[in-house]
Design a protein around this ligand. Structure first.
Ligand code: SAH
Length: 222
């Protein structure tokens, strides 16, 4: 019997293991070194986080639409940001801003982190909750809110990761970093760069990294 071109989400398991292995090899070749990050990306079934019609493209190194004008970041971006966030450490308390479909959240959970994630679009947060449940990862605290303000009630955080681009560095986020904490986020408008902000004993240390392209951080909730 001929195989369907787009396997149903549930039939995709076996095929996706091999495809995911290839994705991890590509990430390694692209310079991702932290084996725990590579293991986390191998373990998370990315196809469960995208629309069924896009499942066969889930492991390509591309960003994909997730509805509401938003996108799931490409695997290399997720891997690179996760590597920068943890910097060799495994666990800790992490705040994610921009839950989207929940894929980055799943990777953070697989890294062993205690995860808080804020999303401004209620419908996306619902989808993320369903996707994470399907992937059997239910420990994240998902919050409907505006990530510009962080989550003071749960601060300080060992790491903060933002997956939408802010025009400037939000002061509230810097204030919620624990000593030794790291904030990784895209900053910019038409031209964006990834920034790493480290809370060191000598103060905040800011480093500009690669040029990137993220959807904008928007004000308020919807
Ligand atoms: N990490 C996500 C990427 C989603 S794209 C994933 O793996 O799918 C960025 C997300 O940031 C979108 O879902 C968007 O709605 C959300 N976002 C934009 N501005 C926000 C804000 N001020 N607070 C919280 N989330 C925001």
């Amino acid at each position: 019997m001929a195989q369907p071109l787009t396997p149903a989400r549930t039939d995709y398991g076996m095929l996706s293991n091999r495809t995911r292995m290839r994705m991890v090899e590509r990430l390694r070749q692209s310079g991702v070194k932290d084996e725990r990050v590579l293991a986390a990306l191998y373990e998370v079934p990315r196809h469960l986080f995208v629309d069924q019609a896009l499942a066969t493209r889930a492991y390509d190194d591309v960003s994909l639409p997730i509805g509401h004008g938003q996108t799931i970041s490409q695997p290399l971006t997720v891997a690179r940001m996760t590597e920068l966030l943890f910097a060799g450490r495994q666990s800790g308390k992490i705040l994610e801003i921009g839950t989207g479909c929940g894929y980055q959240t799943a990777v953070l959970l697989k890294m062993g982190a205690e995860v808080y994630s804020i999303e401004r679009v209620a419908a996306l947060l619902d989808t993320a909750r369903q996707n994470l449940r399907a992937a059997r990862l239910v420990q994240a605290r998902l919050v409907h809110g505006d990530g510009h303000f962080g989550l003071p009630e749960a601060a300080p955080f060992d790491g903060i990761i933002m997956t939408a681009a802010a025009k400037a560095l939000p002061d509230a986020l810097v204030a919620q970093l624990a000593p030794g904490g790291r904030l990784i986020m895209p900053i910019g408008d038409t031209e964006q760069h990834l920034w790493l902000i480290e809370n060191t004993s000598q103060g905040m240390h800011k480093t500009r990294l690669d040029p990137v392209k993220f959807v904008p951080l928007l004000p308020g909730r919807s």
